[in-house]
Design a binder for this molecule. Sequence first.
Ligand code: FMN
Length: 207
Amino acid sequence: MKNEEKKSLIIGITGASGALYAVHLINALMDHVPGQTQLIMSPSGLRVCNEEMDTNLSTAQDYLDWIMERRAKSDSLHSFSLEDYRDIGARAASGSNHHDGMAIVPCSMKTLASISHGLTQNLIERAADVTLKERRKLVVVPREAPYSLIHLRNMTSITEAGAIVLPASPGFYQKPADLDDLGRFIAGRILSSLGIQVRLFRPWLEQ
Ligand SMILES: Cc1cc2nc3c(=O)[nH]c(=O)nc-3n(C[C@H](O)[C@H](O)[C@H](O)COP(=O)(O)O)c2cc1C
């Protein structure tokens, strides 16, 4: 299924477990969604990716190159511009940077807490803060287990402010054959929450 409408998005990748979800989201955009994404990766996001995906990447550019290298296809409907996590004056920091939605995947409890309290100490946190103030779509994919009351309160608070909390909890009714199926499930849910309908897995009623 191909989305015809061009989309302009922001994706933040932080240091929670679940690097695979961001990889699948980026691949789904390249395969199905024309448009462009401003990509911001925290140093911890890169570190967790190296731990979980057995990579040895030093920079966000290495990460993007690695994703392109492991793709079966060379063409892409979607382009990505890397924004510096520390550059709180980058495009994504401004309310006049019009976009169709932002996803933070995976989202650490630290970044969740910062968004919940209006702290904007790096570009991911600033872009999320601006997305909420401009009443645009913000999808946050938190991961921790178990949750403390603080985590739960922060999730409630950003939901009250208009964000969508989409837990990194893939469904098993789709009978996943491998980790990639789980990754596609969450990537599809994120896109759907951003208002982008892409068929990445078989819906429940078609099982
Ligand atoms: C291997 C590894 C796994 C981690 N998993 C999680 C996690 O699942 N959830 C979480 O909130 N933090 C996790 N952390 C801790 C965060 O990376 C840490 O709090 C960091 O400061 C988050 O910064 P960021 O939100 O700017 O990326 C993990 C760290 C490492 C090294």
